[in-house]
Design a protein around this ligand. Structure first.
Ligand code: GTP
Ligand code: MG
Length: 175
């Protein structure tokens, strides 16, 4: 079984940083990795981080492919391909941007037909931003919400574990 987990959010929200930190945290489990970036460090096509992890009981190995959407407008056309099959979604919210701006990223999720995909929210850039978790909860309701400082690695593994759990639960329910 391979699970595909998409990190989506506004440009510069911290999607690539999440994958970078996960690559460090799960370095023993990394099977492959692609990162294509512009000279300014923005993601061009996408990042892929491929992990091979064991279930809690240790009897099964599952592949997890993590990928991010490129935030820059000029790469918008690529997103239709990227949004193909997705088992779990992390919506990376940028605390330095308004709720309205962040909600635009969620509109894209719906536009691309992913509103039924298991989702968790990551409220990133807690070290510099003011967007409040309460405000986010009002907008999104009962969706799991993790606060993070991705550049410091805080909340990164927690977010990953949360989305993995949601994705696995959904798979188990679907049979
Ligand atoms: N202060 C602060 N900066 C962060 C945090 N997370 C990421 N950044 C910075 O924000 C910038 C953008 O981060 P990326 O991870 O490249 O963002 P992205 O969402 O992949 O951006 P695109 O690929 O262009 O869509 C970088 O300079 C990061 O170092 C955080 O928690 N706090
Ligand atoms: Mg990126």
């Amino acid at each position: 079984m391979t699970l595909r987990i998409l990190y989506h959010g506004l440009g510069m929200a911290g999607k690539t940083t999440n994958l970078e930190k996960l690559r460090e945290i799960y370095s023993d489990y990394v099977s492959d990795r692609i990162h294509q970036q512009t000279s300014e460090g923005r993601t061009v096509y996408l990042d892929i981080l491929s992990l091979s992890i064991k279930t809690r009981s240790g009897d099964k190995e599952i592949g997890v492919e993590l990928f991010t959407t490129p935030g820059q407008e000029r790469f918008r056309i690529l997103r239709k391909w990227i949004f193909g099959r997705v088992d779990g979604l992390v919506l990376v919210l940028d605390s330095t941007r308004s709720l309205e701006e962040n909600l635009r990223a969620y509109e894209e999720v719906k536009e691309y037909g992913l509103s039924g995909v298991p989702m968790v929210l990551q409220l990133n850039k807690r070290d510099v931003g003011n967007l409040s978790p309460e405000e986010v909860r009002v907008a999104f309701g009962d969706v799991p919400l993790m606060e993070a400082v991705a550049i410091a690695g805080m909340g990164v593994a927690e977010t990953f574990r949360a989305v993995l759990k949601e994705a696995l639960n959904a798979k188990a329910t679907a049979g």
